[in-house]
Write a protein that binds this ligand. Structure first.
Ligand code: ADP
Ligand code: GN1
Ligand code: MG
Length: 370
């Protein structure tokens, strides 16, 4: 099982960042599957102030310093754009890194862990399960605006923090390799799931082939547009801040839209085991498509627009395949909280894929009508 959040000496870590006041407390925070995230509280006299302190999972991100250079460039560019536009409360609308005492935007500790500290975006939260179509519209508008903002990111191509991250052809090959190795002797229990994927091998290469042929352009994309990676303002319900920038790198607009469909159209969590509660709600898909087109519609080409609905099926299948692969590998990648957690997640995602398949024609019509 991949380790669940381990305790670190966050007081000692934060002492090496430019944070004013006295350390009060730090607790594990959020429901991310990858990094170790803490919320640290400081007493600054007039107020208690919270910070997000994260240890980058360097088993997954093999080049954490390259990753931090990406994140730093994106944060600075976003802050500059906000200041230029005169937007109020800029530190709530884009992530802001607190520098370490040596002036860098990150810290390398004695065990070679890479740490960073962000200003805590107060008065907003991310949702693991969507509550209304307004949230879908807002999340999609925010991720589209994020892509638009990064169209003119200065400083050259971003580092690929995980090469081939959404290369579904390569993901399929990795799945087949794990299946053949069957290192935990689990293949015998997942025959139906394996069949499900093998029957859909062709789908895996469609977008990758369009990209190779130049029909779908490379863009700077977020690549992890889970609903809980956009914070929604508690009062106004506006999508206020895109977070979790670790996979922001060259990608396809379709990866971002597809992962929104995966995480924002079903009424239950991605590890729900009652599969009757897992299905795509058309009204949520429509809200996503409208929100996304409102900010990204101006730069998408015809191929991208045509494949928006398909991308929902593709990214859901890809994620299910990654969960199943991790189950076969013995749960080495995603954090898990119970036995067969990754298998439950895979089954959940495949149910959603099957449901999207049945609705695809209608969804395509919906997009075309926009
Ligand atoms: P992971 O890659 O493990 O998903 P995230 O960067 O998404 O890590 O952070 C985990 C959680 O911490 C998020 O889901 C969110 O709830 C919270 N979080 C992260 N950054 C901030 C921030 N700047 N302000 C408030 N909450 C945050
Ligand atoms: C991980 O970090 P988090 O929890 O936002 C994963 C995504 C998956 C997602 C599935 C770097 O996202 O790719 O879609 O879990 N991130 C990485 O919930 O692998
Ligand atoms: Mg996250």
């Amino acid at each position: 099982m991949a380790p669940t959040t381990t305790r670190h000496d966050v007081r000692r870590i934060t002492a090496q960042f430019h944070i004013h006041g006295d350390f009060v407390d730090a607790q594990p925070y959020g429901s991310g599957h990858i990094n170790d995230t803490y919320c640290a509280v400081f007493d600054q006299g007039a107020a208690r102030v919270r910070y997000i302190v994260q240890r980058i999972n360097h088993n997954i991100f093999k080049n954490p310093l390259g990753l931090m250079e990406n994140v730093s460039r994106i944060c600075r560019h976003s802050q500059a754009a906000l200041r230029e536009s005169g937007a109020p409360d800029a530190t709530r609308r884009a992530m802001t890194l607190i520098p370490a005492r040596d002036g860098q935007d990150w810290l390398v500790d004695a065990e070679n862990n890479v740490w960073r500290t962000y200003i805590f975006v107060e008065g907003a939260r991310g949702y693991d399960v969507i509550e209304n179509t307004g949230q879908a519209f807002q999340a999609a508008r925010s991720f589209g605006a994020f892509q638009k903002l990064l169209v003119d990111l200065p400083g050259g191509r971003l580092v690929e923090t995980i090469p081939n991250f959404h290369n579904t052809t390569a993901r399929f090959a990795a799945f087949q390799k794990s299946l053949a190795a069957d290192s935990r002797n689990r293949a015998k229990d997942v025959k139906a799931e394996v069949e499900f994927l093998l029957a859909r091998e062709k789908d895996c290469s469609l977008v990758v082939d369009h990209i190779k042929a130049g029909r779908i352009p490379e863009r700077v994309t977020h690549n992890d547009t889970k609903l809980n990676n956009v914070l929604i303002d508690d009062k106004t319900q506006e999508g206020i801040c895109v977070i979790d920038l670790d996979t922001s790198m060259p990608g396809s607009a379709l990866y971002d839209f597809g992962d929104m469909v995966r995480t924002s159209t079903s009424p239950s969590k991605e590890d729900e085991t009652d599969l009757s509660k897992v299905y795509l709600q058309e009204a949520y898909f429509e809200a996503l498509a409208r929100g996304y087109m409102s900010s990204a519609g101006g730069f998408l080409n015809a191929y991208e627009k045509d494949l928006l609905a398909f991308s929902g099926k593709l990214l859901t299948m890809e994620c299910g395949m990654r969960f199943l692969t991790d189950h076969l590998d013995g749960d080495a990648y995603f954090k898990t909280a119970r036995p067969n957690h990754n298998l439950d997640r895979a089954r959940n995602q495949f149910k959603l894929v099957a449901d999207i398949e049945g609705k695809l024609d209608g969804l395509n019509k919906l997009v075309a009508a926009l």
